[in-house]
Design a binder for this molecule. Sequence first.
Ligand code: DC
Length: 283
Amino acid sequence: MQAFFWFALTFMLIILFGGMPTNRLSGTFLIITIIIAAVVAFITRRLEKNLIAIGDTHMTHYSIAIDGPSGSGKSTLAKLLAGRLGFLYLDTGAIYRAVGLYVHRAGADLTDEAAVEALLPRLQKISFGHEGGTQRVFLGDVDVSDDIRLPEVSLYASQVAGHASVRAFLLDMQREFARTESVVMDGRDIGTVVLPDASLKVFLTATPERRAERRYQELKGRGVEEDYAQVLADIKARDERDMNRDVSPLRQADDAVVLDTTDLDLDASLEALARLAAERLHI
Ligand code: DC
């Protein structure tokens, strides 16, 4: 569209002001005018693209926010997308899971906000590392990557995530990751609260049944035996809690792109995401 604009403008200017009036409509004159207009349109478009690229790389970091309910494929897709783009990946659900695990191990009632809040100053540093291509999560020096994926920890995470004090405590930590690096961050409130100015916001969704099926297969793959009906019931209960809590409920940001993965496999979902990123970030 912009190229056509530059072409039309150059063409009109040459026709109006170029050459002698008698020459203006001759065949040769028209052909030369069209060629000049095409060259101008091409060069201008290239210059515009280069200027956007220079601005993006030197002045800003990209941030991609991926939100959605549990089992929509957020974590897997966000990780793959980050790997493809060379961005840092941050699984914010893992942070809430680590806090839930910590509070549970400290013996506090997870539904009691005052008791949970009192423990926060003693929470060890939550950090991420890599081992053999997989992301590891540490609470202090202890690798809790496997423990935080246990089904009961999903409940603990969801419970602590409902407390305003916990969310406020974790907000800066999450923003800090995006301050100096390009990131893909997935969670529930990334596009609405954590990174409201994200370069691209995606809301990933799928039916509860499809999400339960994926979670069931994932647990099975890790040797955790769970009943499908129970996994589905847990997913629905968690949706209910995540969407109806008072603070930062799970909801789609107004400017988010919705991607429904019910009928998409992993590859098709990743391609759709990569296309969105390429369009929005000009990369
Ligand atoms: O994505 P997940 O299943 O690992 O998330 C665990 C819990 O943490 C989930 O119940 C919702 C909560 N969570 C949240 O409230 N906000 C986030 N940004 C990420 C997760």
